[in-house]
Design a protein around this ligand. Structure first.
Ligand code: ZN
Length: 237
């Protein structure tokens, strides 16, 4: 009996790992439908997850406006509903709004139908607030499960080509600036975080991230790079 229970436990664990970690690794490595980088010369995409945040997102929008850089915001649906005017400002200033989840929850903890609901509710909130249908979806923590690509359809799944630990105060502004500079190349998709209220993040971390961008954005411009929305970055040519 003990052996049987061990066998069942081991089988369940293997099944869970295939559904979660295994699927994430395989899709991110091999699925052509999962975007990790663009191809346009001297163009990058700055993308921001987990917002909007009433303190930091407007500051970030001011900075982007100052240098005429366009970004994509992967918003959490429930938070977006609390700050609709911030999403409206994003769209008005030429940025793109995209889907994170309706609540900030990992796809590893969701059944396929729960996952579909998270994506749909977030998409509906974005469309209701901005009047625009989103095109892209990035799962919280980049976690995909076996069903993610099918459940996300018709939205395209986007991960990133550069991630920097900007959600933690342990990553100093100086380190962040160095890392951002070292990833500067055509087609790079940067993931940063404009809200520190999520699990595992530091509330004030976006302040450091914005400080780092104050140095990185003019540097990138000087090197001939501009940031475009993902819709623009992924267009041919
Ligand atoms: Zn997130």
């Amino acid at each position: 009996m003990d052996n049987f229970i061990s066998w069942i436990s081991a089988s369940l664990l293997v099944a869970f790992l295939c559904y979660t970690v295994g699927a994430s690794a395989l899709y991110r490595r091999f699925a052509s439908s999962v975007i990790i980088k663009g191809a346009k010369k001297h163009k990058i995409s700055l993308t921001f997850d987990d917002g909007p945040n009433p303190v930091y997102t407007p500051k970030l929008l001011d900075l982007l406006k100052q240098y005429d850089m366009k970004a994509t915001f992967f918003v959490v649906g429930t938070i977006a509903e609390q700050h609709p005017h911030i999403l409206q400002r994003m769209v008005k200033e030429g940025h793109e709004v995209a889907i994170h989840h309706h609540r900030h929850i990992s796809a590893w903890l969701l059944t396929p139908s729960q996952l579909k609901k998270e994506i749909q509710l977030c998409s509906q909130a974005i469309e209701r607030i901005t009047g625009k249908k989103p095109q892209f979806y990035r799962p919280p923590w980049g976690h995909l499960n076996v069903s993610s690509i099918v459940m996300a359809s018709p939205y395209q799944v986007v991960i990133w080509s550069g991630i920097f630990g900007d959600w933690s105060l342990k990553t100093t502004t100086a380190t962040l600036i160095e890392q951002l500079k070292s990833h500067l190349e055509s087609g790079s998709i940067y993931v940063l975080h404009d809200n520190g209220d999520t699990l595992g993040a530091d509330e004030k971390a976006p302040e450091q991230m914005i400080e780092a961008l104050k140095e990185f954005i003019p540097y990138a411009k000087q090197q001939g790079y501009t940031s475009e929305t993902l819709q623009e970055l992924m267009k041919e040519g």
